[in-house]
Each structure stands twice: as C-alpha cells, then as structure tokens.
Ligand binder design. Structure first.
Ligand SMILES: [Zn+2]
Ligand SMILES: [Zn+2]
Length: 166
C-alpha cells in the first residue's frame, strides 16, 4: 500500500500520487468543505454582510444547486438569515458582557468628565456650572416658596459644610 493523503477538510483519504492531491485541492467538493470549515470560524455579521451583496440563487430556490456553499449566488434562506441575526445579537451581548468583566467600562468619574465636556461643547456660550438646578416652571410664579423648595446654586452646594449623619 502506497502513501495516502488524508484531507482534514473533507475527512477522507486517497492515494497520494501523481496529481491526486493537487486535483483534489482544485475540486469543487474540497473547495466547498474548506469554505464551510472556515465559515464556522467567521462571525455571523460578516457572513450576513457578504451575503447581502449576492443575488439569490435561482437554482437553489427552485430546487437544488450543485454548487452548495461554494455557489457565487446567495443560498440564504429566511430561516438561516434569522438564525444568523440572532447569532449577531448574541455575539454583541457576549462582547458587552466580556467588556464589563474586563472592567473597560468607564468609571463614574470618567463618565461624568465626558458628560461635562459634552455639555460644555453643546452650550459653549453658556458657561454652565456642572451642577445645575432649575425651578420647575409650575413653581416659578408661586410667591414665598419655602426654602426647602428653592433650588440650590452650585456655589451653595460647594460651600456647604460636610455633615456626617448619625
Ligand atoms: Zn479536501
Ligand atoms: Zn447556487
């Protein structure tokens, strides 16, 4: 028995002589298995993106297409598309969960800093203090409001002595 070549993609072996191997690699069946193999490692988003540029395969949707996954037209059924879209959602949630675990979420200080920067950018003329309270409109015209209802100014808050409870 001569040397045999085992193809991982196709899960089959054949006599490794002459042009056998080369011809096998060129074969449609092999190309298809190879693509299928790598597709398993591609994320659903890129499969969907690639598919969206293809026109539906007439042969496939009329019955059967010999090109299988190697076809240059789309074989995407509504079920498969739905499955992949679900996959995209899952991937996204998984990624977010991982980000949170890795602590790459902004800290509260970073978040506030970013927010204040945005507020200043949105209202550059108004030199708005970071702490800003306003009286609700329906209270604006009520005379002699009790002090507990008056909105504090930023200065008042900053200059307030820090009290401990209890
Ligand atoms: Zn093969
Ligand atoms: Zn096809």
């Amino acid at each position: 028995m001569g040397k045999r070549f085992y193809c991982d993609f196709c899960d089959r072996s054949f006599a490794d002589r002459g042009l056998n191997r080369k011809n096998h690699f060129k074969g449609l069946q092999h190309q298809r298995m190879k693509k299928q193999h790598y597709d398993n490692f591609r994320d659903a988003a890129s499969i969907l993106a690639e598919d969206s540029s293809k026109t539906p395969c007439k042969r496939f949707f009329m019955g059967s297409c010999d090109y299988g996954d190697g076809c240059k037209f789309s074989h995407m059924t509504p079920e498969k598309r739905q499955f992949l879209q679900q996959q995209v959602t899952n991937d996204k949630e998984e990624k977010e969960r991982r980000l949170m675990l890795e602590g790459s979420e902004p800290t509260l200080e970073e978040w506030l800093e970013k927010r204040n920067k945005k507020l200043r950018k949105d209202n550059p003329s108004e030199n708005r203090p970071d702490i800003h309270y306003e009286l609700p409109p329906f209270l604006m015209h009520v005379p002699n409001l009790p002090p507990s209802l008056l909105p504090p100014t930023a200065e008042e808050l900053i200059n307030k002595p820090h009290c401990e409870w209890g």
